[in-house]
Design a binder for this molecule. Structure first.
Ligand code: NG1
Ligand code: MG
Length: 521
């Protein structure tokens, strides 16, 4: 899956055949509107999709592997460029949105040679473009040297991933923006890994300490396959196919229409969880690893991770028997870590700052400076036990899920219901763990899961960050209609939805392609 982001020659290189008819007018509209707005045609379009996560929730920022897939909905960005004037000290970017009633235009002058500033306290849609711009410029300056002069850009964007809906409209927009900036500045071939890495880091500038799952799914994905993403050692992604089963499996995506805005709730939800798992890593390390050893710095948002603790633990003592521990499989290691967490982090009611600081041998202000200064969080007690248990059990479920998918299946005339049910069981356990241990579900998502399972889904769970947003369901093809109707009658009927929302509420989704650049002829 590595290599350059593909340059598409036609929409057939980007979308599945079933989507082409509706994408042609959308792309034509983008190009026509660009010409109308800026008075000349666009030179190219960059494109990056949203994603749905199949399994591996809230473990990417602990650097455990995850299994998302890209969806067809995406961000498309039309671009024209102009070289920076010889004596200019700044370059200009003009960003507009096809839905100009909803998203006001932005113009900014960026000083050449310096970092793009983003005010993460303001929730502006153009921040996502700026974040892609900031990451791409960083890479361009590193590659081309300090004399590099970025070009002026005119940009028109159209996104159809629902915003705040858990399908990662943000990562689609950030990666498409970063790709647009690279292509605008003469990098016609952009390495997928480089693009993803810069998008992961730069999206954090918008105010959320996120992991790297969404950007990876958005950039690397291939049509027809889910994407297995690993973060250590280094970022990598590979396609994973679902074997053909009878009955056929469908991925159904259902919106809760509960909007979760991470920029508002970050201090008590997402960013707080990142702090809690980082605390858990530091705490387990301090108690269980030899005194004087250091947790290695890694790509976790706060510089350490539960995966880092995991590796150090088995390297140093493997639970007091290194020789035996060395031959453990990854699954066995994770099971051992579940035991060790239960023995070590015994407090169900959480830990105070004072308690954590004492174990880490630092003062409370030092603790706050180290873990809570970048993004504020609000909590008196930190539930290290529950959060670590979620992460280790979820990391284990991802490996078990992958093993199931890659085990040879005797299909043909065979009924593979049992296989489908096993996949479903793991995803349902994810939902239970998200609800009970990670506390990132909400009553509406719990309702949706109950209704859908009752109507014949093998599994139903929240997908993405949770606290609202979207859910994903594994449904046998012959039950899709029943699931849809049950959700309509028992969930959506109680809500006041527009016709457009009703239409988008439940959709069947297939694994779609990742990022691409399309040159306008
Ligand atoms: P959403 O909020 O669904 O885009 C977030 C994070 C992911 C991952 C999931 C939970 C961002 C950009 N993405 O996804 O990295 O941690 O939650 O598994 O914040
Ligand atoms: Mg997002």
């Amino acid at each position: 899956m590595s290599g350059p982001v593909p340059v598409a020659k036609s929409l057939e290189d980007i979308y599945p055949p079933t989507a082409i008819a509706s994408e042609i007018p959308r792309w034509n509209n983008l190009l026509a509107k660009f010409e109308k707005e800026f008075g000349h045609p666009a030179e190219f379009i960059s494109r990056s999709p949203g994603r749905v996560n199949i399994i591996g929730e809230h473990i990417d920022y602990s650097l455990y592997s995850v299994l998302p897939m890209a969806i067809t909905a995406d961000a498309i960005i039309a671009v024209s460029t102009k070289p920076a004037a010889a004596d200019a000290t700044t370059f200009k970017v003009s960003v507009r949105n096809v839905q100009d009633g909803k998203f006001a235009p932005g113009e900014f002058d960026v000083p050449i040679g310096s970092e793009v500033e983003i005010d993460s306290t303001k929730f502006e849609w153009t921040n996502y473009f700026k974040s892609g711009l900031r990451g791409a410029l960083g890479l361009l300056y590193r590659k081309k040297g300090a004399d590099f002069r970025p070009c002026d850009m005119e940009v028109l964007m159209d996104g159809n991933v629902p915003v705040g809906g858990g399908l990662s409209s943000s990562a689609a927009f950030v990666t498409a923006s970063a790709l647009a900036v690279m292509a605008a500045n003469g990098e016609s071939t952009v390495d997928k890994k480089e693009l993803t890495e810069l998008a992961i880091v730069s999206e954090r500038a918008v105010g959320v300490n996120s992991g790297g799952m969404d950007q990876s799914a958005s950039v690397f994905s291939e049509q027809g396959s889910a994407t297995f993403v690993s973060f250590t050692p280094g970022l990598s992604a590979r396609p994973v196919k679902f074997p053909p089963t009878r009955p056929e499996l469908c991925f159904v995506i259902a919106q809760s229409f509960v909007t979760s805005n991470k920029h508002v709730t970050g201090p008590i939800h997402y960013n707080l969880r990142v702090v809690e798992v980082s605390f858990a890593a530091a705490y387990l390390h301090a108690v269980l690893n030899p005194p004087g050893t250091q947790l290695p710095e890694d790509a976790g948002p706060l510089g350490i991770s539960l995966q880092g603790f995991h590796d150090t633990f088995f390297y140093h003592n493997g639970g007091s028997d290194y020789a035996a521990a060395k031959s453990l499989t990854k699954e066995e290691e994770l099971r051992r870590l579940v035991e060790v967490t239960k023995e070590t982090l015994t407090r169900e009611d959480g830990y105070t700052r004072e308690e954590i600081a004492a174990v880490l041998q630092m003062s409370v202000p030092e603790l706050e400076q180290r873990f809570m200064a970048r993004f504020p969080v609000r909590a008196d007690r930190f539930k290290l036990r529950q959060r670590a248990l979620h992460v280790f059990t979820e990391a284990l479920r991802v490996l078990e899920f992958l093993t199931l998918l890659e085990r040879p299946l005797h299909t043909g005339a065979t009924d593979t219901t049992q296989f489908n049910q096993e996949l479903g069981r793991l995803m349902n356990e994810t939902q239970d763990s998200c609800r009970d241990l990670y506390e990132c579900s909400c009553p509406e998502l719990d309702d949706i899961c109950r209704i859908s399972r009752g109507a014949g889904a093998y599994s139903s769970r929240l997908t993405g960050a949770g606290w609202g947003g979207c859910s994903v369901h594994l449904v046998p093809a012959d039950k899709v209609q029943a699931v849809k109707e049950a959700l309509e009658q028992q969930y959506y009927a109680k809500m006041d939805l527009t016709d457009e929302q009703k239409e988008q509420a439940v959709v069947v989704s297939r694994p779609a392609r990742g990022s691409a650049v399309y040159i306008v002829e």
